[in-house]
Design a protein around this ligand. Structure first.
Ligand code: AGP
Length: 588
């Protein structure tokens, strides 16, 4: 949601800014703009796509932005960057300025004129006012940001200067260190073709970058030391590499994503206390990964694992409990999950985050972090990060089983043997793509679908339905198979597609009965199962590799992702950037 880029260096800024904004498109946006200094500040901004911008401007210092509207419609005027009345400062902002109305009112009284309906524009006017008093860009910037309430990542430029000032508070901002050039961005892929050396800002960090230097300060202007890190992502990892969509590429990257995640899990040491209770808190796909993990965790640990949607967590009364709270978020920036992490900590829980982004905001609000190493995920629909989260939950279940003295070494080893086979399992399922394409053809004109499953497969059904609706816009609902007859069965009629996930475990016989139930009402049943017996009860059978039912989640997930992908493709949908959605949701 919203993307920031800043460039100062020896190259022409505009093409770099536009290229970076394209790389940030996956975050979701509805307008875009850039500002470049060449004697004076020139701004170009438009509602719609980055490609609408010409970038026809000279100059070696500039900032750019992709906006996802929160205050004010997505119009040309409301797009960033914003300038002050004298066109001496330009700013871009992610987040929300909570006290913007009061600030705006005061500034208008002092003669400032506003062009937009946004909360962000106030920052440019504050800079103008503070510069009049301080006479120095850095001082003015620090004074201005201290007057803001809310969440923000800001980049600002000043006419006649090569430096860019930045600040991070509850919205990501990363400095990229080059040779004779430096960058500022909300996410690493923005500057990945130019450098892998980064400094990840933490809340309250201010940075000042020039072509040859990067320096850091706190919000009072005192210098602070920051650690430089090396990101081992390649520029190609954020490119499509011949795939038609990022989503398909990311589906195919899953075996490697899991290999890397397993490697990183094995090399991370975390020591978690026994509390007798675990909460899992997340949104969307991350919730579904956590939910599937819950089934395994309860089976292994024999303690309650309770699921919470992050956005609902704050409404939960502060019940007395000792618990480990696991926050799952691929981006590490989801506002609802950040808030839930703060609340869980306040309630005295031990907190652990599972995230894919090094140094992301969530990592500053928890006691422990487990990194998935899935690499950058550009498609808005999460795929490889889902698998990596699921694998992390499996790993954690086994690790805690041993740490808590609940499972013995030999059970652990047995489990780990299966665990290490996950990448192969995924590879085998990827070979089903041609069969899945044919079934997608049958679904392409449908408007409603159901996904049914029992036990650990139920969260998979939820994930399958979520993928289908977010990228193909087909209304898809997931139900625990046993719940159908308590209402939704009324919606099943001739030709209604029902995807059933069937494992050969204690739910098997009951799943077959549920399939017969919907078949008898004319449903078009697509079964995902390793069991050949299922074939005789359904219209389509997608035969997944036969394996331990606890691990069939990984093969079923691949099938569900590909089914959604091919259906959406046949419907001509914009797969990587579905309407109304953003990759990281930084508003509550
Ligand atoms: C996934 O396909 C969705 N786009 C969405 O549900 C996502 O999983 C959710 O917004 C949570 O994001 P996070 O993992 O970055 O917190």
């Amino acid at each position: 949601m919203c993307g920031i880029i800043g460039y100062t260096g020896f190259r022409k800024a505009a093409p770099i800014l536009l290229d970076a904004l394209k790389r940030l498109e996956y975050r979701g946006y509805d307008s875009a703009g850039i500002a470049v200094i060449n004697h004076e500040i020139k701004v170009e901004k438009r509602s719609g796509y980055v490609s609408y911008l010409s970038g026809n401007m000279e100059g070696h210092v500039g900032i750019g932005h992709t906006r996802w509207a929160t205050h004010g419609e997505p119009t040309d005027i409301n797009a960033h960057p914003f300038v002050d009345c004298r066109n001496e400062f330009a700013i871009v902002h992610n987040g929300i300025i909570e006290n913007h109305e009061k600030l705006k009112e005061d500034l208008i009284k002092k003669g400032h004129r506003y062009s937009s309906k946004t909360d962000s524009e106030v920052i440019a006017h504050l800079l103008e006012e503070e510069y009049e008093k301080a006479g120095d860009f850095r001082k003015a910037f620090i004074n201005a940001i201290n007057r803001l309430k809310g969440s923000f990542a800001i980049a600002a430029i000043h006419k006649g200067e090569k430096r860019i000032m930045g600040v991070k508070k509850e919205s990501p901002l990363i400095v990229g260190i080059g040779d004779g050039e430096n960058f500022l961005a909300s996410d690493v892929p923005a500057f990945l073709p130019y450098t892998n050396r980064v400094v990840i800002l933490e809340d309250g960090d201010v940075c000042e970058i020039t072509p040859k230097s990067v320096s850091f300060y706190d919000m009072n202007g005192n210098p602070v030391e920051k650690k430089e890190e090396y990101i081992d992502w390649s520029p190609e990892s954020a490119e499509k590499s011949g795939y038609e969509h990022f989503m398909l590429k990311e589906i195919y990257e899953q075996p490697v994503a899991i290999e890397n995640t397993v490697h990183s899990l094995f090399s991370t040491h975390i020591d978690l206390k026994y509390h007798g209770k675990i909460n899992v808190i997340a949104c969307g796909t991350s919730y579904n990964a956590g939910f599937a993990g819950k089934y395994l965790m309860e089976k292994m640990l024999k303690i309650p694992v309770e699921m919470h949607y992050s956005s609902e967590y704050r409404t939960r009364p502060n019940v007395r409990e000792r618990a480990l709270s696991i926050l799952i978020t691929q981006s590490g920036e989801t506002a609802d999950t950040l808030m839930a992490a703060k609340i869980a900590r306040k309630r005295g829980h031990e907190t652990l985050a599972i995230t894919n982004v090094l140094g992301s905001s969530i990592t500053h609000h928890v006691d422990h972090v487990l990194y998935t190493s899935a690499g950058p995920e550009i498609g808005v629909a999460a795929t490889k990060t889902f698998m990596a989260q699921l694998a992390s939950m499996y790993y954690l279940s086994a690790k805690l089983g041993v740490d808590y003295g609940i499972i013995n070494e030999s059970r652990h080893e047995e489990f780990m043997e299966e665990f290490r086979r996950i990448p192969r399992l995924i590879e085998n399922s990827l070979q089903l793509e041609d069969d899945i394409k044919k079934i997608a053809y049958e679904l392409k004109d449908k408007e409603h679908m159901f996904y049914i499953a029992r036990g650990i497969n139920y969260p998979l059904a939820m994930e399958g339905a979520l993928k289908m609706k977010e990228i193909s816009y087909i209304h898809a609902e997931a139900y625990p198979a046993g719940e159908l007859k308590h209402g939704p069965l009324a919606l099943i009629r001739k030709g209604t597609p029902v995807v059933a996930i069937v494992s050969k475990d204690e739910t098997y016989e009951k799943m077959l009965s549920n399939i017969k139930e919907v078949s008898a009402r004319g449903a078009y049943v697509i079964a995902i199962s390793s069991e050949s017996e299922v074939k005789s009860y359904v219209d389509q059978w997608i035969r997944t590799p036969s394996n331990n039912p606890d691990f069939s989640t990984f093969s079923s997930a691949v099938v569900l992702q590909l089914l959604a992908y091919h259906t959406a493709k046949l419907r001509g949908c914009e797969i990587d950037k579905p309407r109304n959605l953003a990759k990281s949701v930084t508003v509550e």
